[in-house]
Design a protein around this ligand. Structure first.
Ligand code: URP
Ligand code: ZN
Ligand code: ZN
Ligand code: ZN
Length: 484
């Protein structure tokens, strides 16, 4: 077996920075130390050697709003490795009434084309005995997280009683519930009113989903998770109201994780007021981009640890697809790309500006995600025995983001024209060189499914505590506890 040595670099993990070589064989890291030798040498002089990025939130070839997101597992994961990401976690979505097992089969088939490793979250889009039963089978198949949409009324949305039932089932199974937190009833009502009043353009998308709508849903989901005795993961946390709810819950000892997107950290609501309809529509996603104060809140959350991960929610639609919504903003497919740019953008706007440290960068792009998703230290670590999913990061390399040079298959880039400094020289996926300076080398189909078992230490600790503090009848002399 070939031994590959990554030579001359500085290893950066979530908690350490030190100079050492890394020796890789059979897809894993087999040695870390000075002066290592191998059959193949990758020059890391002047570079940082970090765990490859893990994107915990993608929608590749997602059926949504009458179409499919344009980047599939081929194009999407090619974009991922080009940008230093070595694993994606996508959402398997059963149609309301559809079996989770059937949905999983579809996602298994789509993902067979992946250039890097992948896993799935399973969405709970309806409720019934079948869903209750299948959730157990799904966890046995290595999927330990269940996503709930509190928005998209009439399609993916579930109500509070369904949320509570599903969260309680997650608690029993040691699984992690996730929420898209927006009040779907209010959004639906506001959208209809805006349209009726003649607000048909993409700017109305932002008006229809104010921050308080997200904050309310986040608070509600936190309460329901607390009642169910289960941790909670809030996807695409975009504003102070939602962050505040998460921060407060954490300070109260609740196990809640918040995930800002790179788009919300860097782009603001002015994008929706551009005179060019296409420009604004291309940036329509839910929740929408917010103002600078909200961005500051998200950055502060990453620095303080009240927010845990940075994702992309990569759900890329072409301009042609976005134009389905000309004359009616509610028909613009919701979603933006970002897989290729998350790492360089976060490095540039986070590490280079001093908003976060290099170690925090590793934590929020990889290690925290691996821990929350229960795949650490197989993923998210530079340790002997870990998968050799690594990125050799050149802090001096720079480029201007452009749709003309991107790997993603769509015809624009929401970060167009931004200069990034800090780029992957090599991306390694299980020891295979998956990309060199942005050129993809790992073949289609190289990616493997990564099973994520239920029962994290956090979920076990929480259920122990909930059991200990559960309501118990007071035993009183002469009065039966049952009240009979
Ligand atoms: O607008 C978005 N975020 N599209 C993808 C689906 C979702 O809500 O995550
Ligand atoms: Zn490909
Ligand atoms: Zn969402
Ligand atoms: Zn999403």
């Amino acid at each position: 077996m070939t031994k590959t040595v990554i030579k001359g670099g500085t290893i950066v993990t979530a908690d350490l920075t030190y100079k050492a070589d890394v020796l890789v064989e059979g897809g894993q890291i087999i040695e870390i130390g000075p002066d290592l030798a191998g059959d193949k040498v990758l020059d890391a002089e002047g570079c940082y050697v970090m765990p490859g990025g893990i994107d915990p939130h993608t929608h590749l070839e997602m059926p949504f709003m009458g179409t499919y997101s344009a980047d599939d597992f081929d194009a999407g994961t090619a974009a991922a490795v080009a940008g230093g990401t070595t694993m994606v976690i996508d959402f398997a979505l059963p149609n309301p009434g559809e079996s989770m097992l059937d949905a999983l089969k579809k996602w298994d088939n789509k993902a067979a084309r992946a250039h890097c490793d992948y896993s799935f979250h399973m969405a709970v889009t309806w409720w019934g005995e079948q869903v209750f039963d299948e959730m157990k089978i799904i966890t046995e198949r290595g999927i330990n997280s269940f996503k709930h949409f509190m928005a998209y009324k009439g399609s993916l949305m579930v109500n509070d009683d369904e949320l509570f039932a599903s969260f309680k089932r997650c608690a029993e199974l040691g699984a992690l519930p996730m929420v898209h937190a927006e009040n779907g009833d209010v959004v639906a009502e506001m959208s209809a009113r805006l349209l009726a009043e003649g607000n048909t353009g993409p700017e109305a998308h932002a008006y229809s989903r104010p921050t308080i709508v997200e904050g309310e849903a986040t608070n509600r989901a936190i309460m329901i998770a607390d009642m169910a005795g289960v941790p909670l993961y809030v996807v695409h946390t975009s504003c102070e109201e939602s962050h505040e709810a998460i921060r407060r819950a954490k300070m109260l000892g609740k196990r809640v994780y918040g995930e800002p997107l790179i788009q919300h950290l860097v782009l603001d609501e002015s994008e929706y007021f551009d005179k060019d309809w296409d420009h604004s529509a291309r940036r329509v996603m839910s929740p929408p981009f917010r103002n600078k104060q909200h961005q500051d809140s998200l950055w502060a959350g990453l620095a303080s640890g009240t927010l845990s991960c940075v994702a992309t929610d990569h759900c890329a639609f072409t301009t042609e697809q976005k134009r389905y919504g000309v004359g009616d903003f509610t028909k613009i497919p919701n979603g933006t790309g970002g897989l290729e740019d998350r790492m360089p953008m976060l490095w540039t706007y986070g590490v280079n500006t001093g908003r976060i440290t290099m170690n925090e960068f590793v934590a929020v792009t990889s290690t925290n995600i691996a821990k929350i998703m229960n795949i650490y230290p197989k993923k998210g670590a530079v340790l002997v025995g870990a998968d050799a999913d690594l990125v050799v990061w050149d802090p001096e390399a720079s480029k201007v983001v452009s749709a003309k040079t991107q790997v993603s298959s769509i015809d624009y880039n929401v970060f167009e024209g931004k200069e990034v400094k800090g780029l992957p020289r090599y991306t390694l996926s299980r020891g295979v060189v998956a990309a060199v300076e942005g050129r993809v080398e790992a073949p289609e189909g190289h990616g493997q499914f990564v099973a994520r078992p239920p029962g994290t230490a956090v979920s076990k600790a929480l259920s122990t505590w909930k059991e200990l503090t559960a309501p118990r009848p007071v035993v009183r002399a002469g009065i039966p506890a049952s009240g009979v």
